[in-house]
Design a protein around this ligand. Structure first.
Ligand code: COA
Length: 254
């Protein structure tokens, strides 16, 4: 079965991360599939609302580190950046259902979703500095906006995770549910939304997003350049090597 499942039913297109044995770590091939699915869903009249979901035990471990080492994203056409641009500019409403760990892009992609429902086992982390990298998905801009600079610094400079209750308190998620109920609740909300007039949904979303859009695009462009350059620099090499070798990284000389 594919690592990304795409299904459209009654106006709702659902993208399911389906690589649970590898904690839904996302490879370049998976980014390409998701980017393609977003292009298709945006153009498909049968899709009125999009849902992104994982499994009740894991949303996503973020970038697949081994795949990143072997196929580092080369330039703005790389699948990861195509996916990020696709989700940031997706014109129809996007709902996310998040249970278990949501690491790196597993958390930052949520900044581009309109409604986020979380299981009470959700753990959000953006440990880019621990990997010798920098934030992506415009999180360097959007996270301080959302939670305030100092809290964002805890997340982005300390790499500290936060739990579902904090996510609810700071407005990162809409509601916290039992993990076994989260995907079903999200689907029910999406079905409800899909019955509303599509033009009102897309125009309302466009109006809400418009004041931020240029800043978001600019942040993504800047982050992408730095991220790509740092991916092959010594700190990231040490971090990724340590992950593969299951040891602690040593940044003492970097
Ligand atoms: N890339 C590649 N493989 C990954 C991965 C990733 N991002 N995350 C997990 N895996 C692999 C593990 O290496 C492990 O493989 P193994 O069975 O061959 O040893 C398998 O998936 C299961 O992961 P494990 O760490 O044993 O699961 P866990 O439930 O204890 O922890 C996480 C889950 C997500 C908290 C943990 O795997 C993790 O922190 N992963 C790395 C996250 C990360 O740094 N992502 C990059 C962000 S840019």
């Amino acid at each position: 079965m594919s690592d990304i499942l795409v299904e459209t039913l009654d106006g709702v297109t659902t993208l399911t991360l389906n690589r649970v044995a590898r904690k839904n770590a996302i490879t370049a091939d998976m980014y390409a599939l998701m980017a393609g699915a977003l292009v298709d869903a945006a153009a498909d009249d049968a899709c009125r609302v999009l849902v992104i979901q994982g499994h009740e035990t894991i949303f996503s471990a973020g970038n697949d580190i081994a795949d990143f080492l072997n196929n580092p994203p080369a330039g703005p056409q790389a699948p990861v950046f195509q996916f990020l641009h696709g989700i940031a500019a997706f014109p129809k409403p996007v709902l996310a259902s998040v249970c278990g760990p949501a690491v790196g892009i597993g958390s930052t992609l949520l900044l581009h979703c309109d409604l986020v429902y979380a299981g009470d086992n959700a753990v959000f982390s953006m440990p880019f500095v621990n990997l010798g990298l920098v934030p992506e998905a415009a999180s360097s801009y959007m996270l301080p906006q959302l939670m305030g600079y100092h809290r964002a610094a805890e997340v982005l400079l300390m790499g500290e995770p936060f739990m579902a209750d904090t996510a609810l308190e700071i407005g990162f998620v809409n509601r916290v549910l039992a993990p076994t109920e989260t995907n079903a609740y999200t689907q029910a909300q999406a079905a409800k939304m899909a019955k509303k007039p599509l033009s009102s949904l897309t125009e309302s979303k466009r109006l809400m997003k418009a004041p931020q859009q240029a800043h978001v695009q600019e942040a993504m462009k800047n982050e992408g350049q730095v991220f790509s350059a740092m991916l092959t620099a010594p700190a990231a090499k040490e971090a990724f090597g340590a992950f593969v070798e299951k040891r602690r990284p040593d940044f003492s000389k970097l």
